[in-house]
Design a binder for this molecule. Structure first.
Ligand SMILES: [Zn+2]
Length: 228
């Protein structure tokens, strides 16, 4: 804990002291452009990854960046509330679902009953995405352990994007082209980030040639989403 207390002191004397004007502005309002769904994994830091400032990303984090389908009334509340706040109150322009490599939640998806013995809540939560295993198995008949892990992580992101589209507010905003929807896969060991290409149905590495906003939005989001 001492490490955290010292961190607060360091923040106040350093970062905060140097940016007093910025924090005074932040204290009055926020106007993020992006609603960012992320796993709770300690190695994933959306602001660090995207080099954005405080106030730019509205971040929803949970175990395995799961978006319960809108029809799942008991589990959708947090996600649905965040979507209402983001789209109606803050009018964000982008929604990103960011998964990552070596995701512990997705490893747990393959646990057997014994391994879940003391974790009934984790079991129930992961049950929301149990169909991802079937999707991976149907697409790949034989996979090494490592390949199955990666395939599960990526297929999971696509499934969560599909779940997001079950939220009436999201569906409407996309149809009206007020919001873009992207699925990202973050490779922790390389720092690479891949974005889901809706037309090609695969993940493509985000690189310098994709620095044009139109390139990013048109093929990946608005058009393909409209067809779904
Ligand atoms: Zn994770």
């Amino acid at each position: 804990m001492q490490r955290l207390y010292k961190g607060i002191q360091k923040f106040q004397k350093g970062h905060f002291a140097k940016g007093k004007k910025f924090f005074a502005k932040l204290a009055k309002r926020q106007s993020p452009d992006v609603l960012f769904f992320s796993c709770l994994d300690s190695r994933v830091n959306p602001n660090l990854l995207t080099q954005t400032e405080l106030g730019e990303l509205l971040i929803v984090r949970n175990v395995g960046n799961i978006i319960p389908p809108y029809t799942n009334s008991s589990n959708k509340i947090c996600t649905a509330a965040a979507i209402e706040f983001a789209l109606l109150d803050l009018e964000v322009k982008h929604i990103i679902v960011c998964g990552h490599s070596d995701c512990g939640s997705l490893k747990a998806l393959y646990y057997d009953e014994k391994e879940f013995a003391d974790m009934p809540n984790l079991k129930e939560w992961l049950n929301i995405i149990s169909q991802v295993k079937g999707r991976v198995a149907r697409q790949n008949s034989v996979l090494t352990h490592e390949a199955r892990k990666k395939a599960t992580e990526k297929e999971h992101i696509v499934a969560q994007l599909e779940n997001l589209l079950t939220y009436p507010l999201v569906e409407k905003a996309i149809k009206e082209k007020r919001v873009n929807l992207q699925g990202w896969y973050y490779e922790i060991g390389t720092g690479d980030v891949y974005a889901y290409n809706w037309s090609k149905k695969l993940f493509e590495k985000i690189n310098c040639s994709h620095n044009n906003e139109d390139e990013l939005t048109e093929p990946w989001l608005a058009e393909p989403c409209m067809d779904m």
